[in-house]
Design a protein around this ligand. Structure first.
Ligand code: SF4
Ligand code: SF4
Length: 179
């Protein structure tokens, strides 16, 4: 099955009702939230997001260090893209740690207009290899018993689609193309 970028995965809707989704974080961890590029913000705004859904986050050392862990071997590029003293857009998060775009049925935005990191989660590519971030409350991981083909199926993704979206994210965030 091909990625269907506009199709909502029903497992994420179930997750919104039962598990709290990946759209929440522990209060105090907001600075670690992934960055939003100008193109991602524009896409979100054209789908109904407004200024209240964004927050201008300073490029703190913990944020940059975390990004460097996500992109091993690319520390120099990351530090150029997110220089000390600068700032980047991220999602606005409630005092309880919930993304302001999350509703009872899941994200208010259509899937195609969501941040690329949200669309890719829980998958990632590190040093050329597909992996997934383990999360206890991820309904898709609970139902698939972990990763592999079962997780891809529940997320309506394919390995090729994960790579395509990862490269789209790199491009949006300003990272150079990889072979
Ligand atoms: S933008 Fe949507 S998918 Fe992304 S964290 Fe917020 S509610 Fe979740
Ligand atoms: S990716 Fe996992 S944690 Fe995130 S909403 Fe979907 S099922 Fe829940």
């Amino acid at each position: 099955m091909d990625n269907d970028a506009d199709a909502e995965s029903d497992v994420c809707a179930r997750c919104a009702k039962t598990s709290g989704t990946c759209c929440t974080l522990t209060p105090g961890q907001e600075e670690y939230c992934f960055p939003l590029s100008a193109s991602e913000r524009a896409g979100m705004e054209s789908a109904g997001a407004n200024a209240a859904h964004f927050f201008l986050q300073p490029n703190t050392d913990p944020f940059v260090d975390n990004l460097c862990r996500l992109f091993p071997g690319e520390t120099g590029t990351i530090r150029e893209l997110f220089p000390s003293g600068g700032a980047h857009d991220r999602l606005a998060i409630s005092p309880e740690g919930v993304c302001m775009l999350l509703g009872q049925q899941g994200c208010f935005l259509p899937r195609a207009a969501r941040p690329l990191y949200c669309r890719l989660f829980p998958f990632w590519i590190r040093t050329g290899r597909e992996l997934y971030f383990e999360m206890d409350r991820c309904q898709a991981q609970k139902e698939s018993g972990g990763g592999g083909a079962g997780l891809l199926l529940r997320m309506r993704m394919t390995s090729a689609g994960v790579r395509t979206m990862y490269h789209e994210l790199r491009k949006a965030w300003g990272l150079p193309e990889q072979a």
